[in-house]
Design a protein around this ligand. Structure first.
Ligand code: TYM
Length: 326
C-alpha cells in the first residue's frame, strides 16, 4: 500500500483553503493509502507564538482533523514535536542542503522580507519538512500549491543523499487536485486565502459562525460582468467561488457553469454560501463534541508510539551511512 503524509501548522484556526488544499485530499484518499497526518507545531515556532495559545491550537487542530472526517482508524495522527527523530533527521539533512537553495525558497523570501528580524528556523523550515516526509518513506504528499516548491526541494535533498550515501530515501511526489489547490482571499482574490491575512472578511475559518460565513461569501469581491464563467485571469473573484463550490460539491467546473448559466452573481453566491455552511456546520457539531473527550489523547499516544518506531529506524540508518557511530 502506498503511503501519503501531510501536516498543517497550528497557527490560529484553519481556513477553507487549508481544508480544500490538504485535509479534504487526505479524506478522499484515506481508504486507498496508508495515511499519516500530523500537527506541524515545530514549524509554527519559526515565527513568534504565544505559548498558551499555541498549546490550545494544537489540540484544536487535532479535533478539527477528526471532525472534518480524518478517520483515526485509517490514519496515523500525531504531533510533530512528540517525535524527536524529526529534528534529529532534519539536522543530518541540513548538512546536505545548501544555503543557496533555502534562501531561494519563495515562502522564505516572502516571509523574511516582511520582518527583518527573522529566525534561522524560518530559513531551515523546508529541511524540517523534508525530514517529516522522508522519515516515513512517503510516496505522495497532498498539499496546496504554495507548498509544492518545498516538496520539490525534499525530492532534491532525497536524491542528493541517496547519491552520496546509497539508497536511503524514497523520493516523494507532491499531490495536488486540479481544482482548489489554491483558494484565494474572498476580498482580494489575487492573493491566497491565508491565516495571516489582514482583512478577516476574506478568510473563512472552520470555526466561523454560519451567519458570518454567509456574510463573507455574499460580500466577496467579483467583477462588473454578470455571467458565471471560470476565467481566473479576468474574473478571479468569481473563479475562486467556482473553485470553492466545485471542491465542496465535487462538481466539475463545466457542470457548474452550465447549472448557473441563467443565474446572477447574487444567486450563485447564495448557493456557494449554502454548501459551505452545510459542510462547516457538520464539522463544527463533531468538533465541539470531540474537543473535551479523552479520545484525542488515546489517538495521539498511539500515533506518537508508532511514528517514533518508524522514524527511529530511518534515523539509525542515516547515522550509520554518514559515519556517526563508534
Ligand atoms: P500550512 O499550515 O501553511 O498549510 C496547510 C496546508 O494547507 C494548504 N493551503 C492552501 N491550500 C489551498 N488554498 C490556500 N489558500 C491554502 N493555504 C494553505 C497548504 O498548501 C498546506 O498543504 N509547511 C506546511 C506544513 C508541513 C507539511 C510537512 C506539509 C510541515 N511538514 C510535510 C506536508 C508535508 C505548512 O506550513 O502548511
Amino acid at each position: 500500500m502506498k503511503r501519503i503524509l501531510t501536516g498543517l501548522q497550528p497557527t490560529g484556526i484553519i481556513h477553507l483553503g487549508n481544508y480544500i488544499g490538504s485535509i479534504k485530499q487526505m479524506i478522499d484518499m484515506q481508504d486507498k493509502y496508508d495515511s499519516f497526518i500530523f500537527v506541524a507545531d515545530l514549524h509554527a515556532i519559526t515565527i513568534p507564538q504565544d505559548s498558551k495559545e499555541l498549546s490550545d491550537n494544537i489540540k484544536k487542530l487535532i479535533a478539527l482533523y477528526i471532525a472534518c472526517g480524518i478517520d483515526p482508524n485509517k490514519n496515523t495522527i500525531f504531533i510533530q514535536s512528540e517525535n524527536i527523530y524529526h529534528t534529529n533527521i532534519s539536522w543530518m539533512l541540513e548538512c546536505n542542503t545548501y544555503y543557496g537553495e533555502l534562501s531561494r525558497m519563495t515562502q522564505f523570501k516572502d516571509k523574511s522580507s516582511k520582518n527583518a528580524n527573522f529566525t534561522s528556523g524560518l530559513l531551515t523550515y523546508p529541511v524540517l519538512m523534508a525530514s517529516d516526509i522522508l522519515a516515513y518513506d512517503t510516496d505522495l504528499v497532498p498539499v496546496g500549491i504554495d507548498q509544492k516548491q518545498h516538496v520539490e526541494l525534499t525530492r532534491d535533498i532525497a536524491i542528493r543523499f541517496n547519491n552520496k550515501y546509497g539508497d536511503t530515501f524514497k523520493v516523494p511526489e507532491p499531490y495536488m487536485t486540479k481544482v482548489g489547490t489554491k483558494i484565494m482571499d474572498l476580498q482580494d482574490p489575487l492573493h491566497k486565502m491565508s491565516k495571516s491575512s489582514e482583512n478577516q472578511k476574506g478568510v473563512i475559518r472552520l470555526l466561523d459562525e454560519p451567519e458570518i460565513i454567509r456574510k463573507k461569501i455574499m460580500s466577496a469581491t467579483t467583477d462588473s460582468e454578470t455571467r458565471i464563467i471560470y476565467d481566473p485571469e479576468n474574473k478571479p473573484g468569481i473563479s475562486n467561488l467556482i473553485n470553492i463550490y466545485s471542491s465542496i460539491t465535487n462538481m466539475s467546473i463545466k457542470d457548474i457553469e452550465n447549472k448557473f448559466k441563467d443565474n446572477n452573481y447574487g444567486e450563485f453566491k447564495k448557493e456557494v454560501a449554502d454548501v459551505t455552511i452545510n459542510l462547516i456546520s457538520e464539522i463544527q457539531d463533531k468538533y465541539y463534541k470531540l474537543l473535551n473527550s479523552n479520545e484525542l489523547d488515546n489517538i495521539l499516544d498511539k500515533g506518537r508510539d508508532k511514528t517514533i518506531e518508524i522514524a527511529k529506524v530511518k534515523y539509525e540508518e542515516m547515522k550509520k551511512k554518514i559515519g556517526l557511530y563508534r
